[in-house]
Design a protein around this ligand. Structure first.
Ligand SMILES: Nc1nc2c(c(=O)[nH]1)N[C@H]1C(S)=C(S)[C@@H](COP(=O)(O)O)O[C@H]1N2
Ligand SMILES: [Mo]
Length: 435
């Protein structure tokens, strides 16, 4: 039914997969779009009630302008990062203190506001005075160089949108039983932003890198002195020294005043509070690339330097952050991304992966950035299993959880990128399930 009570006829031909998955173009019909909006609303308001019983803000002048804008106090209450840890075998208490997860259920586009960007530090956030912080580039170079933030701001900069994902994101889905934690807790180590910085290739060019150089060792100025080895090919490609995030200087939690940013790579390699880049012919084999951030295979051998994030997608709405209040039309929407490049296709299933329909991809579709997808779905009121499956332009396909486990076993804790399932119950409740 639409708002005026007329029934909306959905053609049999508009069903593109079983379980109510509909043609993505149906939302171009405004009657259908508004019906879906109505079904998704948490509470249905009768139209005549609008305007009644609310304060009238038109009667007095509003507050004065601020030197630095802040959120509505109501949003401060409602939209927050999540600090609590995952309560399962893969996570320990240290994550509570040093981890904040993005509220993906509140994101509608692809850019994460700076105050909601996820945050992961191993040893806390240093309080760095930018006048006392320098980055040195040394090792196998002709002229070692030293930069402060002001020097970097005077170089030609590039601004590009990229996702950042901790390779531990969604790691709880490796476990035997499906967790009851929220969308935000499971997948919230993921954000998207416009990063501005100086391409590392520009600085390396000025330093005169030896032709025998193969790796660059990046080190942070935090208490943990995060150290990672970056292949020279990546360093000469799109790696940047990021100094701004969505237009403003990057936040202390994101690496103020400067961080390494490796587009598409696991978050850990994007070393924050960057102070040293040491050019060399071999990787340093730091704790972060030996004990941690390696993927143990079924034969107990570990994959090392699995740097590129795999093709992946998640449904952010509906998710277990909400329950469905009534039968009818819904919009299924979510995010897809690949560390290799652009997303080329996303499919959605409502029957646990037996049949699939193509979702609409929202422009712009940028390489190594989140892409939003959407598709109409009719909920008949019975059980349903919602899934999304992403493809990238290089032909990589997001695997099912069973395929991923068949290939990699259950020992890895990082790089979980398989299809995730939201189990819709008959009463409208939604749970994370294994299908
Ligand atoms: N110096 C330093 N860099 C660091 C870390 C750290 O603890 N210290 N954490 C890494 C990890 S594990 C991740 S996932 C990303 C998180 O970046 P964000 O906090 O800006 O989202 O930063 C990486 N860079
Ligand atoms: Mo991470």
């Amino acid at each position: 039914m639409d708002k005026k009570g007329n029934s909306i006829i959905i053609d049999a031909a508009d069903h593109v997969a079983k379980g109510g998955v509909l043609n993505r173009r149906l939302f171009l019909n405004s009657a259908i779009a508004s019906t879906a909006a109505l079904a998704t609303a948490r509470a249905a308001f009768a139209q005549e009630a609008v305007g009644e019983g609310q304060d009238d803000w038109t009667l007095i002048p509003g507050s004065s302008a601020e030197l630095y804008g802040s959120r509505s106090r109501f949003e401060e209450e409602r939209v927050k990062r999540r600090l609590t840890p995952m309560s399962d075998e893969f996570y320990n208490l240290r994550l509570t203190k040093y981890t904040a997860r993005t509220p993906l259920d509140h994101m509608l586009g692809t850019i994460t506001p700076n105050g909601l960007h996820f945050e992961r530090t191993h040893q806390g956030i240093p309080d760095i005075d930018p006048d006392q912080h320098f980055l040195v580039i040394h090792g196998m170079v002709k002229n070692p160089l030293k930069f402060d933030i002001n020097a970097l701001e005077n170089y030609p900069t590039v601004s590009k949108q990229f996702f950042l994902e901790c390779s531990g994101n969604s790691g709880t889905l490796w476990s035997e039983t499906p967790t009851n934690e929220s969308l935000q807790a499971i997948h919230g180590l993921l954000s998207g932003a416009e990063w501005t910085g100086v391409l590392l290739s520009t600085l390396l060019d000025e330093c005169g890198v030896s032709k025998d150089a193969k790796w660059i060792i990046a080190e942070g100025a935090d208490n943990g002195m995060m150290t990672r080895s970056i292949p020279i090919d990546k360093a000469l490609d799109d790696t940047m020294i990021a100094i701004r995030q969505n237009g403003e200087r990057i936040r202390p939690s994101q690496g103020y005043p400067m961080r390494l940013f490796n587009p598409g790579f696991e978050g850990n390699t994007s070393v924050k509070w960057l102070r040293s880049l040491y050019v060399t012919d071999r990787p340093v084999m730091s704790i972060q690339e030996t004990v941690k951030y390696t993927d143990m295979m079924p034969d107990n051998m570990s994959l090392q330097f699995t740097l590129e994030q795999d093709v992946k997608s998640i449904i952010t709405k509906p998710s277990n952050a909400m329950s469905l209040k009534q039968k009818g039309l819904y919009e299924v929407t979510g995010l897809a991304w690949s560390g290799k490049g652009r997303i080329s296709r996303v499919e959605v299933s409502a029957d646990g992966g037996k049949t699939w329909g193509d979702a609409m991809l929202q422009d712009p579709i940028l390489p190594k950035m989140l892409t939003r997808f959407r598709i109409p779905w009719q909920w008949y009121g019975g059980p349903a299993i919602l899934q999304s499956r992403a493809y990238d332009e290089f032909g990589s396909i997001q695997p099912t959880r069973n395929q991923l486990i068949a290939a990699r076993g259950r020992k890895p804790t990082y790089h979980f990128h398989a299809i995730q399932s939201w189990g819709v119950q008959s009463n409208g409740e939604i749970k994370n399930v294994y299908a």
